[in-house]
Design a protein around this ligand. Structure first.
Ligand SMILES: [Zn+2]
Ligand SMILES: [Zn+2]
Ligand SMILES: [Zn+2]
Ligand SMILES: [Zn+2]
Ligand SMILES: [Zn+2]
Length: 327
């Protein structure tokens, strides 16, 4: 681990440095801590005593809790309570990305102790219910000094139109928030998964999901980067017929560039994802089946010995023995 190494380096250096390690950690450490991802912060607090103390005493690093992969898989209500308690009730960001083990109860307990959370981002927390989310948001918004600016709830099951309306009624009460909402930037499909949950509010959205104009479900609705679609949107002509602003279930989108893809122009990829023909042409392809992989699935490429190209894992399993290739 890098942190334990630097600790050892310090202690094998000159005497001054040794004292530093034994005594107080370097001041610069306190500047760095707030920027560390949660996993590294937790690792650091276990490395050696001075670091443990530094991380424990400093509240700043714990004010923004962002739980992503790989930590999300093991993140339970109990761990959340323990980590959140380090903020001493001053938690500002609670971003739990795909934390399927967090329950309504766990969320409520953290909210009760941290009423000043301003970003509540809980996409893909599949154990949470719409009612659990509503009562958490209600609690935050009813606090006299409440500062809740944005919520991200994509992937919470059974979220209905009525639930979304209730959430809006709590969130959009002040004028300032409505102004933010009006400055919305487009949300593009291919950027969505790259966009880290806690930076969501940069897009000027208060709530990530909306009602899809086509299927009427509460979903992520994406804007289109395709030039014709943007032009149509600007002209606002035949909007109802041509507008492709829908959820991903209502219109397929290219995994690489995010534009809408009509049925006839869909191209095949090694992964089951959709690609437009422009992106398909540009991507490198399997030497056997001539299919590319999207940016998310380059792990399906297996490099073959003695050739500059690659073959996909499907062709590899079908045609080649494991002796001929290396990963
Ligand atoms: Zn839809
Ligand atoms: Zn494309
Ligand atoms: Zn489009
Ligand atoms: Zn192949
Ligand atoms: Zn893919």
């Amino acid at each position: 681990m890098e942190t334990s190494q630097s600790c050892k380096e310090h202690s094998s250096g000159n005497e001054e440095q040794e004292q530093e390690v034994a005594g107080l950690p370097h001041e610069a450490l306190f500047l760095v801590l707030p920027y560390l991802p949660l996993l590294e912060l937790l690792v650091m607090s276990e490395v050696c005593m001075p670091l443990k103390d530094a991380v424990k005493k400093d509240i700043l690093p714990w004010l923004n809790i962002i739980v992503e992969r790989p930590l999300n898989l093991r993140f339970s209500d109990e761990i959340l309570m323990k980590v959140a308690s380090k903020a001493n009730g001053r938690l500002k960001t609670l971003a739990l990305i795909n934390c399927a083990r967090i329950t309504d109860n766990g969320l409520q307990r953290v909210i009760d102790e941290n009423p000043l959370i301003n970003k509540l981002h809980i996409p893909g927390c599949t154990a949470l219910t719409p009612d659990g989310v509503i009562s958490a948001v209600q609690k935050l918004c009813q606090h006299p000094h409440h500062s809740l600016k944005s919520i991200q709830i994509n992937g919470i099951y059974n979220m209905k139109k009525e639930h979304l309306e209730t959430l809006h009624s709590y969130l959009l009460t002040n004028q300032k928030q409505q102004q933010v909402q009006r400055k919305q930037k487009p949300v593009l499909y291919h950027n969505y998964s790259k966009f880290q949950g806690y930076r969501w509010e940069e897009l000027g959205r208060i709530v990530d999901v909306e009602i899809c104009p086509k299927c009427n479900e509460v979903r992520m609705v994406f804007d289109c980067p395709r030039e014709e679609c943007r032009r149509k949107k600007r002209d606002q002509q035949n909007c109802s017929l041509t507008d492709c602003r829908m959820c991903k279930f209502c219109i397929p989108r290219c995994e690489e560039c995010g534009r809408c893809v009509q049925l006839g122009e869909m191209e095949e990829a090694v992964c089951a994802d959709t690609l437009c023909s422009d992106c398909w042409i540009l991507l490198s392809k399997c030497s056997f089946c001539n299919k590319p992989c999207c940016w998310q699935h380059t792990n399906l490429q297996v490099s073959s010995v003695g050739s500059s190209g690659w073959i996909c894992c499907v062709c590899h399993d079908k045609f080649l023995s494991s002796d001929d290739v290396e990963h």
